[in-house]
Design a binder for this molecule. Structure first.
Ligand SMILES: Cc1ncc(COP(=O)(O)O)c(C=O)c1O
Length: 414
């Protein structure tokens, strides 16, 4: 990521960032662990751990009662909505929390489905994680809607935009699209997709789980109607976050307990929330914002994400170049010249991805394998049986970790 000279430009150095993460101290065979599993879940800084512990030690209570710990809990949640609103460029009343993106998406899809029936169409994509497919697919059985699936172009890992355009029509009620592919690192032009969908009167739901750790989400610029992400992918605990335009959240017809609050965003939240996780999610946003100087939290986040993107692009450029020079390696997804996240997937023909990852782990290189629930695109790449090896760079990834990885993959192939 950034080197030490960055500090003078108002951005923390890579060494400073790494020092914030206790997990960086872990060793395997005397070597520090390189965590390339960020797309599955990042490590957390000390301040996030402290925020979770602080909530449980000092403020633990249920919400909405007239005694201090309960009032403090209300405040923790309100502050977290404000932090996540800054993170997504929304307002606090547009931020709901839940167990994870998958659960929130099933809940939202079921609610939106109440207004749908035979003749209505929902559009999903082959590139998406199935958490942005299955909840919509359920409406085929539950509501009799028709599901249309936009094709991916396996050779580039990009969506087929002509196919997307052709699948949208006046019957389309929802477009469910990922902002970035957790399997390949592809970034989709969400603003353009939203315009196309709105032109035919459809509602747009965005899965920003893989995008949110790498580029600063802007729900206003995208004009999407709903968006979900997960704090555990951007240095927080295991909590899901749902954005919805205020007027939509307010009027959504959804299953809820009659005595539970009916104002938005609380009406989206089922049961008692994970308060300590919510406190940690806010601390994750504040951790990111603390890495740069700037007049507002949003401005600091923008500086940080620009710097992270630049550093990630350098790492991915090096990784792509050196991995593609290893005979036999198959790389997937868009090349480094295209706008993408710093996540690369590859395969070593004849060696199952699980075995590759097991061998890398022995050298302190932790990488994930499989289809990452982006099952359809992995099928389309012909890797259903052996899976992919996925290397994800995060804010704490060092160039020398990339070098260690390349040496290890070379040895494995040699
Ligand atoms: C792109 C993408 N969407 C959705 C999910 C599901 O998120 P959650 O675990 O919060 O349900 C993931 C998790 O890996 C993901 O990477």
């Amino acid at each position: 990521m950034t080197n030490n000279s960055e500090r003078s430009r108002g951005m923390a150095s890579l060494q400073e960032i790494r020092a914030r993460f206790p997990a960086m101290e872990r060793r395997v065979e005397g070597q520090s662990v390189a965590y390339f599993d960020g797309p599955g879940g990042t490590q957390v800084p000390q301040t996030v751990v402290e925020a979770v512990a602080d909530y449980l030690i000092h403020h633990n209570a249920n919400a909405h009662w007239a005694f201090p710990t309960s009032e403090e809990t209300d405040l923790v949640i309100a502050q977290a909505r404000a932090a996540l609103a800054d993170f997504l460029n929304a307002t606090p009343s547009e931020i709901a929390f839940g167990a994870n993106m998958t659960t929130l998406t099933f809940h939202l899809a079921r609610a939106l489905g109440r207004g749908l029936g035979p003749g209505d169409e929902v559009v999903v994509t082959e590139l998406d994680h199935h958490a942005n497919v299955a909840p919509w697919q359920a409406l085929v059985v539950e509501r009799g809607v028709t599901l249309r699936t936009v094709a991916v172009r396996p050779e580039s890992g990009e969506l087929d935009w002509a196919d997307l355009t052709s699948k949208l029509n006046r019957r389309t009620k929802v477009l469910a699209i990922g902002a970035a592919s957790n399997a390949l690192g592809t970034i989709n032009d969400v603003a353009a997709a939203t315009r196309l969908a709105h032109d035919v009167g459809a509602t747009v739901f965005v899965d920003a789980v893989h995008y949110a750790p790498h580029r600063l989400v802007d729900v206003r610029a995208w004009d999407c109607d709903y968006l979900a992400c997960s704090a555990y992918k951007f240095y927080g605990p295991h909590v899901g976050v749902l954005f919805g335009k205020h007027e939509l959240l307010q009027s959504l017809d959804l299953p809820k307990l009659e005595p539970a609050p009916n104002s938005s965003p609380e009406r989206l939240e089922t049961g008692t929330q994970n308060h300590e996780g919510i406190a940690g999610a806010a601390a994750a946003v504040d951790f990111l914002a603390s890495l740069a100087d700037g007049p507002t939290r949003r401005a600091r986040l923008q500086t940080v994400f620009d710097a992270l993107h630049e550093a990630g692009s350098d790492l991915i450029g090096e990784l792509w170049r050196d991995l593609s020079a290893i005979p036999g390696i198959r790389l997937f997804g868009p090349g480094p010249a295209v706008a993408r996240t710093p996540t690369i997937s590859f395969a070593v023909p004849g060696v199952p991805a699980r075995e590759v990852c097991r061998q890398l782990a022995g050298k302190g290189l932790f990488a994930s394998h499989g289809n990452f629930y982006a099952q359809t695109v992995v099928e389309r790449l012909g890797q259903s049986r052996d899976g992919l090896v996925r290397i994800g760079c995060a804010c704490y990834t060092e160039p020398r970790e990339i070098q260690r990885l390349i040496v290890a993959v070379r040895e494995l192939c040699g």
